[in-house]
Ligand binder design. Sequence first.
Ligand SMILES: [Zn+2]
Length: 278
Amino acid sequence: MTTSTDLKALVEVVGGDRVRVESLASPLQDPHTLDLKPGQIAGLRAADLLVRIGLDHEPWLTRALQAAGDQRPAGRRHDLDVSAHVELLQTETPRLRESGVTHVHGFGNTHYWLDPENARPITGDIEAALARLQPADRSVFEDNRRRFLARLDERLADWQRRMALYKGRRVVVVHDTWPYFARRFGLIVVATVETTPGVPPTPATLATLPQRMKEAGVKVLIAEPYSNESVVGQIASRSGARAVTLVPSVGADPAARDYLGLFEVNITRLTAALAGTS
Ligand SMILES: [Zn+2]
């Protein structure tokens, strides 16, 4: 069981036909605010391995695990937090946590799967966890991962070549989902519409942001499938920026059917939005 479709895709890459994977979140849901159905609680209880983003990305998971009331002896549930070997961004800006169920990037930004390079440590941890569960298939997992990383390297070189033209471009994002992606592909995120992650923008932000975007030369506003359309439309029209909806998770667009497809879709949409701007 994984908490997201991205982690599902990465577990499938390593596990191949030796694993059966389900994701708790569907790709068009905001991954931070999830209410599990009884069937999913049962699935969580039955899973041999739970793979999650960790930090405060899944504030709903504590309650879900309590509801699942895992009866297995300690050590039998394998709980893998794949943030362990990822170099996190924004750890220097701790935010006050008003409640245990708010996703506020309080320990660093949790959207780290959106840098393709982070697939390396993430799949490394997945490979180790699967090999512990199923030692007989260790070499299968190793080979699967090696092949995947070779393909990833090839594709990443292509994505970076296509984005090179837009290096240093300034963008505004709705939710702070894209710092890892932006760093890898040379974009500068100058502002977030949600000044506090997960909290809708204040009237003051809505009033002043478009002018600040004009002054900063921001031509592109990055939204997500579950962003508030009227907020996005309002800011785009008043700032003159193009709004582009990127896909934060595998499956949120039919073309983003696996981890590599996710980046292919996003690079294609982004280069289309940036084309002709300066
Ligand atoms: Zn977030």
